[in-house]
Each structure stands twice: as structure tokens, then as C-alpha cells.
Design a binder for this molecule. Structure first.
Ligand code: TYD
Length: 208
């Protein structure tokens, strides 16, 4: 089972998922938790290039290709081996982030980004994608208040960019209704975690 977590900056997906993963482990599931861009040493090096706030000259297509390169390396070294061992892989961000950020907000086009990603992933799709949906105004306010979180190059984009990210995520949820579950990330962390746990539980039991 391959589960991905998507949503705007400050949606709280990472904190909510910590609670969910504890519950799933108690239920006896073997979970591998990982993130993109990054997740392995080579992919983390690519992440540093992409997110460095000094790399203001990074071209949008180069950015999209770097995300895809990092994704492939991560699949090869971590995700595919874990799935083949029967583990549940939960990945913070995956292809839908590229479709929303590079395809939608950077205007490179969903189909173009889809095509480089199909090359990179050899058509790997998540079984379940949890979309932690939140108005960008709230998300950006949350990250501004969280001084433990390092600001990255994408955080510095204008509000309009983050609206486009959100709208594209919502379009993707309509395009792929079987794999997407939308979670209202404006709720409390416990409510968000309960909704995420339920979505995963439903999927695990539907597959039996
Ligand atoms: P990160 O600090 O991991 O963000 P978050 O905690 O919000 O998940 O930084 C990842 C950033 O990269 C985030 O702004 C989203 C962006 N991103 C893309 O633009 N395209 C992608 O394909 C991926 C995976 C992430």
C-alpha cells in the first residue's frame, strides 16, 4: 500500500500524521514514513538545491525536473523496496505536488508535468492520497507563527501562487476521485488525525 499526503504549506499534515502512524503501528501495521523531495541521501541533496532560498535563478522547468529526479531516486532506493516487502509506505508529498506547484502554480501545464513524471516513476501511482485542504491565508499564517519550521524558496511565493496550488489540488481530487480523500485541515489536529486514520482504515479494509 502506497499512501501520499498532499496539501498546502501549513496544513498540519506532518503533525497529524505522526498521531495516525502511532495508531497504525499499535494496530500492528509495518509503516515506512518518508517525504519528498528527499527521503534518501541523494534525494536530500537534490532537495537542498531545490529549496535553497538563494537559488532565485532556478528555472521552472529545471525545478520540475529536479523534483522528478529526486522522486525517482527515492522510489528506487526506498519506496519500491518497502512496498515489495509488504510494508505500508506513507510519503509526505508525491506527484500531485508537482502537478499542483509546477503544473498549476508555475503554469508549466498539468499534462507536461504528468509526462515527465510518468517517465520518472514508470507510472507509479499512490493507492490513496490524503489531501489536507486549507485556505492558503490560514496555512501561511500558521507557518509564520511556527518559528521551528525553516522557510523555503516556495514559501516565499505570493499569495496568488498558493491559491493556484490549492485550486489545482482540488481539480486533481476531482480528476482522480478513487484515490483522493479530502480532509478539512482547518479543524483541530485531533479531528484531522481522526479523519486521516479513518480514510486509511477504510482503504486497508476495502482491499481485503
Ligand atoms: P517542505 O518543507 O517539505 O514543505 P511541507 O512541510 O509544506 O511539505 O518543502 C517542500 C516544498 O516543495 C513545498 O513548498 C512544496 C514543494 N514541492 C513542489 O513544488 N513540487 C513537488 O513535486 C514537491 C514534492 C514539493
Amino acid at each position: 500500500m502506497f499512501i501520499t499526503l498532499e496539501g498546502p504549506e501549513g496544513s498540519g499534515k506532518t503533525s497529524a500524521m505522526k498521531l495516525v502512524v502511532e495508531r497504525l503501528k499499535k494496530d500492528g501495521y509495518e509503516i515506512v514514513q518518508t517525504r519528498e523531495p528527499g527521503g534518501t541521501p541523494i534525494a536530500e541533496q537534490i532537495r537542498n538545491v531545490i529549496l535553497d532560498i538563494n537559488n532565485t535563478a532556478l528555472d521552472p522547468r529545471a525545478e520540475a525536473l529536479l523534483y522528478a529526479a529526486s522522486r525517482r531516486q527515492h522510489l528506487i532506493e526506498k519506496v519500491w523496496p518497502a512496498i515489495n516487502e509488504g510494508k505500508i509506505v506513507i510519503c509526505d508529498r508525491f506527484i500531485d505536488s508537482s502537478l499542483a506547484y509546477q503544473g498549476g502554480a508555475r503554469h508549466l501545464g498539468i499534462e507536461q508535468i504528468l509526462s515527465i513524471n510518468m517517465f520518472a516513476t514508470e507510472n507509479t501511482w499512490p493507492d490513496l492520497t490524503l489531501l489536507f485542504d486549507l485556505k492558503p491565508e490560514i496555512g501561511l499564517q500558521r507557518i509564520a507563527c511556527n518559528n521551528q519550521r525553516e522557510v523555503n524558496r516556495l514559501d516565499l511565493e505570493k499569495l496568488e501562487f498558493h491559491h493556484q496550488v490549492r485550486n489545482t489540488f482540488l481539480e486533481l481530487a476531482k480528476r482522480y476521485p478513487k484515490r483522493f480523500v479530502i480532509i478539512d485541515a482547518s479543524l483541530s489536529i485531533d479531528d484531522v488525525a481522526n479523519a486521516a486514520y479513518k480514510a486509511i482504515w477504510d482503504k486497508l479494509h476495502a482491499q481485503r
